[in-house]
Write a protein that binds this ligand. Structure first.
Ligand SMILES: Nc1ncnc2c1ncn2[C@@H]1O[C@H](COP(=O)(O)OP(=O)(O)O)[C@@H](O)[C@H]1O
Ligand SMILES: [Mg+2]
Length: 205
């Protein structure tokens, strides 16, 4: 019934604990069940640049927002060139767990200039669809307690409130489509899948 004429890039955004990783991985399974080639990927990616950022934080404790934004942009460009673009060329539906708007929200919340973050991310291929998993902070914090994060230093509550504000402004500008992610995983996944089928994948005519 459906065909993917070229690869598609779908980004899943949201604060820590919103359910991005869980949802993105199930979406890939569901798309495969429907007969599509789909792959899960994530950011921050495992590149030499995210490795350098981790070392920087170990050595200096804090990282300046602009340095973090540049390191993330380098990490993203590596991810785009080595993983995302080759998959898109093969016609794969790529679901990325975080993308450019994570930098805008997280490094923006730390004080980096948002217009400048957009500029240093200019060569990151544009996503066909960005889904924002919207959850109240309390629910996200409750869910986060249940897991170990690789990037704990991001998860300060006041910072997260700013992150939420920036994410909401991106929704308001029409750049991301919000999904109520405070509901069950099944409901969240179904809504995301419907969005992908309606907005990204063209029916055969
Ligand atoms: N819709 C949901 N309802 C209840 N629990 C959820 C939901 N989505 C995710 N979780 C749980 O919350 C925790 C964090 O989810 P995760 O997918 O790792 O979030 P994120 O990747 O956005 O930080 C996990 O234990 C996961 O099983
Ligand atoms: Mg995750």
């Amino acid at each position: 019934m459906y065909s993917s004429r070229k690869g598609s890039l779908i980004a899943i955004e949201g604060i820590d604990g919103a359910g991005k990783t869980t949802t993105a991985k199930i979406l890939v399974e569901k798309l495969r069940e429907l007969g599509f080639e789909a792959e899960y990927t994530y950011e921050p990616f495992s590149s030499p640049f995210s490795g350098a950022l981790k070392k920087y934080i170990e050595e200096f404790g804090e990282v300046e927002p602009e340095i973090e934004a540049l390191a993330m942009a380098l990490d993203r460009l590596f991810h785009v060139k080595k993983v995302i673009e080759p998959l898109l060329k093969k016609g794969v539906i790529v679901i990325t767990d975080r993308y450019v708007y994570s930098s805008i929200a997280y490094q923006g919340a730390k004080g980096a200039d948002i217009d400048w973050i957009k500029i240093v991310n200019r060569y990151a291929v544009e996503a066909d669809l960005v889904i924002y998993l919207r959850v109240p902070l309390e629910i996200a914090l409750e869910r986060m307690k249940r897991k170990e994060s690789k990037w704990k230093y991001f998860e300060d509550i006041n910072r997260l409130k700013k992150v939420l504000e920036i994410y909401e402004s991106l929704v308001y500008q029409g750049l991301m489509i919000p999904i109520d992610a405070s509901r069950s995983i099944d409901e969240v996944v179904n809504d995301c899948l419907n969005l992908i089928l309606v907005k990204v994948i063209k029916p055969k005519i």
